[in-house]
Write a protein of this length. Structure first.
Ligand SMILES: C/C(=C\COP(=O)(O)O)CCC[C@H](C)CCC[C@H](C)CCCC(C)C
Ligand SMILES: Nc1ccn([C@@H]2O[C@H](COP(=O)(O)OP(=O)(O)O)[C@@H](O)[C@H]2O)c(=O)n1
Length: 313
């Protein structure tokens, strides 16, 4: 569904007809301020050469505006539709894995990990279907925010949603929703608002949290007989899987965004930087976790810090 929506991701192909359908035309100077929400839309980020005009960025004649909508109203309509679509995708994902668990086609642990891996990755895949408006990121953030509310309501047992509990908890205790899953969606909100489509930092950090950490669990539980000396709860197999899949999924997501014209990256140095981020994230993930610090906090935070330093020079 996301890929169908993405087919409209190229501005000139959107069914809407604004004359302003151009992505930010960003050059190569270095400006950390634009990392944040109010940074000028057209300033570059962290020296990363981002979008050049592509054949898709063709301004359309003003007479094409539908129903006389102003460009702002057209963007609001566009982003409202995108938000509804991605929200539907989120519900469908959880419903699907709950269904598979109920039918005992997959166990609860694997269901939770696949939801962990796919939610964040699909969320990032969906970002290009939102408009080029400066408020698009806020519309996208509605999706994890609604899920945050959902986790709070059901984690506090203010309402019950057995499907949600079964597909995203280890033991089926609703209070589990208030830890890993809640931290997870809070990190999605933060990376959406702080980095959005304009910086590789958020993309890499989410790929590490979703793809790397998620695959580490699946591989580690199955093949993790040789434990890490300083943490018998974790294994070399799980950590190697975290490093490899964190790296591959980060590069894959960066390539996806570069194909859509958001980044122009020097791939040799980018791979070196992403490998460093993945190594540090893997080391952090391998450490014994405490009640206070969950992997869904430590892994993305460590990834953001290393990616920020790596892509700043
Ligand atoms: C199971 C989850 C986290 C648990 O982490 P851990 O304890 O295993 O380390 C993920 C919870 C996901 C949440 C319920 C739904 C999030 C949906 C997301 C914001 C949007 C997805 C949209 C896309 C189009 C499917
Ligand atoms: N580096 C890793 C990570 C996880 N694992 C395995 O996956 C299980 C769950 O890992 P975890 O405690 O990080 O799970 P979450 O907190 O990510 O849900 C561990 O108890 C290990 O069996 C591993 O062997 N090696």
């Amino acid at each position: 569904m996301i890929m169908i929506l993405l087919s409209f991701a190229q501005p000139s192909r959107l069914p809407t007809f604004s004359t302003r359908r151009r992505r930010p035309d960003i050059s190569t100077t270095h400006n950390l301020n634009s990392l944040w929400l109010l940074g000028p839309k057209r300033t570059p980020i962290l020296g990363v050469q981002t979008h050049y005009p592509t054949p898709f960025d063709v301004p359309l004649p003003a007479k094409c505006l539908p129903f006389g909508l102003t460009p702002v109203a057209e963007d609001l309509l566009h982003d409202t539709g995108a938000t509804a679509a991605v929200l539907g995708g989120a519900y469908a994902l959880v419903f699907t894995f709950n269904n598979l668990t109920q039918r005992k086609l997959i166990n609860q642990g694997l269901s939770r990990k696949l939801v962990h891996i796919l939610s964040g990755l699909f969320f990032m895949v969906s970002w290009p279907i939102f408009s080029t408006s400066t408020v698009a990121r806020y519309f996208a953030a509605v999706v994890p925010a609604v899920n945050c509310f959902r986790l709070l309501v059901h984690g506090l047992s203010l309402a019950s949603d057995e499907g949600l509990v079964k597909s995203v908890t280890r033991e089926g205790n609703p209070q589990e929703l208030l830890r890993g899953p809640l931290y997870y969606v809070l990190v999605l909100i933060f990376c959406d608002l702080a980095f959005w489509r304009e910086s590789p930092i958020g993309i890499i950090s989410l790929a590490m949290m979703c793809g790397g950490d998620g695959v580490a669990d699946i591989v580690g539980r199955r093949f993790g007989s040789v434990k890490i000396p300083y943490n018998p709860q974790k294994s070399w197999a799980g950590s190697i899987a975290m490093f490899v899949f964190g790296f591959l999924l980060s590069i894959g997501m960066l390539y996806y965004y570069s194909v859509l014209g958001y980044f122009q990256l020097d791939w040799v140095s980018t791979m070196q930087k992403v490998a460093l981020v993945s190594f540090v994230a893997t080391a952090v993930e391998s450490l014994p976790t405490t009640e206070a610090v969950d992997d869904n906090i430590s892994v993305p935070l460590a990834s953001m810090a290393v990616a920020f330093l790596s892509f700043s020079n």
